[in-house]
Design a protein around this ligand. Sequence first.
Ligand code: NAD
Length: 245
Amino acid sequence: MLQGKTAIVTGGTRGIGFAIVKKYLENGANVAIVGSRKESVDKALEQLPDYADRIMGIWPDLCDPDAVAESFAAVKERFGRVDILANNAGVSSRTSLYDYTVEEFDKIVNLNLKAVFVCSQAAARIMKEQGGGVIISTSSMVSLYGQPSGCAYPTTKFAVNGLTKSLARELAKDHIRVNAVAPGVTKTDMMSALPQELVDKISAGIPLGRVGEPEDIANAYLYLASDLASYVTGVVLHVDGAAMT
Ligand code: NAD
């Protein structure tokens, strides 16, 4: 479904991002895995030996526009194009408002929102020049109703939805589609950081009767990146077993 296309996947070293990387590789794309450190990127690359000729790793500071532009240019240099950007890197927090520091708030906002802006800008500049592309960002089911602690996290995901819808309208003329995927509770390291009783409570309330697998989310990422979604832009696609619908 993605033969000949090139994708950049932030937070591609594990969890949902790694599932997206595998899904895109299986469907014919060239993929650049973006991680926070060279070591974690190398570890992810080692797990994909069959795709060595279609994969590379980069680890820019995602909030530094120059570093991101340079890395994305290296991806274009290697594969000739950048067709898909998956803004997936993210950090969560459950700190209470009373204990929140400005530093912790900034850390969440920087990765979950500012980096999405910086990466989207860098990718869109390349996509516009080549005639089009697709930007997809990982939102969350908490972008509908918020959550009872860790207020920065849902705040950034509400903002990701807003950025998605705004960029969809702004970039349509450049043939760049912009969408988001809003996962429900999904089996990754991020979920294992949640208290078990909270996970149990959330799982019990999911109409489809289970939490999501990373591949459930990657399948949505595949559809939105593919030409099957050629008339789909500005949507936040909920992939949550109807947990929040
Ligand atoms: P994870 O912790 O397994 O993976 C997070 C990824 O982000 C990792 O690849 C990590 O290297 C990367 N990352 C962290 N800090 C970074 C930094 N400073 N620079 C670059 N990369 C950095 O989490 P996950 O569950 O796979 O989360 C992926 C996305 O899905 C996030 O945006 C998260 O908010 C969202 N999400 C997850 C769930 C869930 O239940 N797991 C639910 C809704 C949304």
